[in-house]
Design a binder for this molecule. Structure first.
Ligand code: NAP
Length: 248
């Protein structure tokens, strides 16, 4: 009988894993990708896709049991701490093996340095009196944290147009999706005369903005990741495939 694999998704790695698993396991596995449903557009995914929250930890545990899920891969974004915590508890309760797939964080290269902060509030504090034109790449959630920062103009990059005006006094929105190149990021920073980049330490392909900013002497304020979820963890799709191979 086909094994049922649930991938908690919303990342490029989750999408790549779904593609690889569908190709590699064929009828031996049923690959289900779960998305929170935050974006209106999403890339084409093979296998099954379910959209929307499970209704907390208990809802996820009930889903795992009712759908007889054989294994879970938590491939959500490193800043999606709530769903990861729910998955850890729910899998334990339902007795379902779980692997965390999370990309490596960015680490400074020789000669590079940036300002590490703990959260959005600390990032906003780090701008006060130090920035005039800031590039915000932290996503839609929590933008209001920057509303009270005085005398700063914000360039805000989002994946989709905002549905209502952003709660920032002085700003411009650009809608762009990765991948980006160091050259295009340099051009953007220069065009808008950015002096400070604010980003989450997401890791992965959006590193071009960090490289571009550091090369141009633009200050980088990087928000640290929340504590990682417990349990076996890998950093690459290949390692996650090897883990699945043992179970299918
Ligand atoms: P979160 O704070 O950890 O989760 C909030 C709630 O959203 C969860 O309790 C769960 O609802 C639901 N949820 C989250 N991910 C889900 C998934 N893959 N499938 C089904 N339900 C999910 O998550 P978030 O930070 O808002 O991120 C939402 C999604 O966007 C994640 O899947 C993540 O991979 C992706 N994403 C997040 C970021 C980021 O910076 N946070 C960046 C890029 C992509 P219930 O409690 O009802 O189950």
């Amino acid at each position: 009988m086909a094994k049922k694999i649930l991938i908690l998704g919303g990342t490029a790695e989750a999408a790549r894993l779904a593609r690889r698993a569908v190709d590699a396991f064929g009828e031996r596995a049923q690959i289900i990708t779960s998305l929170a449903g935050r974006t209106r557009t999403r890339s084409e995914l093979p296998g099954q896709v379910r959209v929307g929250g499970f209704g907390g930890t208990q809802g996820l545990a009930d889903y795992l049991k009712a759908d007889a899920i054989d294994a879970v891969i938590d491939a959500t974004h490193p800043f999606a701490a709530t769903i990861s915590a729910h998955a850890a508890t729910a899998c334990k309760e339902a007795g379902v093996p779980r692997l965390v797939l999370v990309r490596a964080p960015w680490r400074p290269k020789p000669g590079h340095s940036w300002t590490d902060v703990d959260d959005l509030n600390a990032a906003a504090d780090a701008l006060v009196g130090a920035a005039k034109r800031a590039f915000l790449t932290t996503g839609r959630g929590g933008i209001e944290t920057f509303a009270a920062v005085p005398d700063v103009w914000f360039l805000v990059r989002l994946m989709e147009p905002p549905q209502k005006p952003l709660p920032l006094p002085d700003h411009q929105v650009i809608v762009q999706r990765p991948p980006f190149t160091v050259e295009s990021e340099r051009a953007l920073l220069a065009e808008h005369r950015i002096d400070t980049l604010v980003a989450k330490n997401s890791g992965g392909i959006t590193e071009a903005k960090i490289d571009a900013a550091l090369a141009m002497g633009v200050r980088v304020v990087l928000i640290r990741r929340p504590p990682p979820p417990p349990g076996e963890t890998v950093e690459t799709v290949e390692q996650a495939m090897a883990w699945l191979q043992e179970r299918i």
